[in-house]
Design a protein around this ligand. Structure first.
Ligand SMILES: C[S@@+](CC[C@H](N)C(=O)[O-])C[C@H]1O[C@@H](n2cnc3c(N)ncnc32)[C@H](O)[C@@H]1O
Length: 338
């Protein structure tokens, strides 16, 4: 008995000594098929010198398995073109891995803002700031965070016929709630959720259900109500992303998620998706290279982007994502160099 006590005291002392060196005991689940390889790589985790090799290994594993979006609660009222639901698990992990809790999570190019909403609802930062320059998109955010009651009623009672949809789309709202409602109708009934000028109505839609195929009134209202419940945590700013970045550039514990329209190098893809699609990408890289806080910036995988990242001494990695046609393609994640 005495001997056991001594052994366990020795073990406690040993763990304390290791903790002083930054080494902690962690438990994890291992499948029997992976046991051998796990035993093989286990010793490498205790030595911080192996961090780069381990990161490379993690990247390789990540490439083998596109991110699982099923663990993301769909909470945005938008079906946003270029939306980043698929990236939420990655952003979540990035925040967990920081050695501090962010005071602010800032998304200067908000769109449907699924990432910001997830951060707010999962309480991953003290406060969330979303910014968007498109007044139509802004009207939805502003209405939801202020007084969404009438908007919810309009959604619940709307009869989705071609005539009604066309009337709403061609209406000229004179108040913010009607503008928000028009934006939601466009977003739900136009192809790919595109609300920019030139988008057309969906034809057959999901299961041939036509215009109704993406109109889920109860779900929409539930999402709106949930966002409203978190309004104390979310601040919306209608305006230019550069202003909001500038305002918080000296905040050490603010983190930024930067997801601009993908139009670097004159690319057309991002142009038809958004009414506001012109960005001075070079300026964005220069500004982000100077901010005090941390950030993740996303871009399409292109040479121009990699070059700009190099020029401003930023780190680039690739993440796999499935596009609307279920093909796996890669996007770039850009961060501050360590
Ligand atoms: C790629 S989308 C963002 C998608 C968003 N991350 C999501 O998950 O839904 C880019 C957004 O930036 C907006 N935008 C374009 N220029 C902007 C600017 N100068 N300031 C703020 N927002 C801007 C566009 O209107 C568009 O909604």
């Amino acid at each position: 008995m005495q001997k056991d006590n001594t052994a366990s005291q020795r073990q406690t002392k040993r763990l304390e000594r290791l903790a002083d060196q930054g080494v902690y005991r962690k438990s994890l689940l291992v499948h029997q098929d992976c046991t051998k390889v796990f035993e093989h790589i286990k010793p490498y985790f205790a030595n911080p010198k192996n961090i780069d090799e381990l990161k490379r290994l993690a990247d390789t594993l990540l490439l083998a398995k596109p991110i699982n979006v099923s663990k993301v609660r769909q909470i945005s009222p938008f079906r946003y073109p270029g939306g980043k639901t698929w990236l939420v698990p990655e952003i979540r992990k990035w925040i967990f891995d920081l050695d501090y809790r962010p005071t602010l999570f800032i998304e200067p190019f908000a769109g449907g803002g699924i990432t910001s909403l997830s951060v707010a609802i999962e309480d991953l930062a003290d406060r969330v700031i979303v910014a968007e320059i498109d007044p139509d998109v802004a009207s939805v955010w502003k209405t939801i965070l202020a007084e969404p009651g009438i908007l919810c009623r309009k959604i619940l009672t709307f009869d989705v016929t071609k005539e009604n949809v066309t009337n709403v789309i061609h209406s000229e709202p004179d108040n913010i709630t009607d503008k928000a409602f028009k934006t939601i109708v466009k977003n739900r009934t136009q192809r790919g959720g595109i609300i920019a000028p030139g988008a057309s109505l969906v034809k057959s839609g999901e299961n041939g259900k036509g215009l109704k195929s993406r109109w889920y009134p109860e779900t929409l209202v539930r999402r709106i109500r949930t966002i409203y419940e978190f309004k104390h945590k979310i601040e919306f700013y209608e305006g230019d992303a550069f202003d909001i970045i500038d305002q918080y550039k000296f905040e050490k514990y603010a983190v930024f998620f930067i997801d601009p329209p993908y139009t670097a190098g004159g690319k057309k893809a991002g142009k038809r998706l958004y009414r506001f699609n012109y960005i001075d990408h070079e300026k964005l890289f220069a500004v982000m290279g100077q901010i005090m806080g941390k950030f993740i910036m996303t871009y399409d995988d292109s040479e121009e982007v990699v070059e700009m990242a190099k020029k401003y001494d930023l780190m680039v990695s690739k993440v796999p994502m499935k596009n609307a046609h279920h093909d796996v393609k890669f996007e770039l994640l850009i961060k501050k160099s360590d």
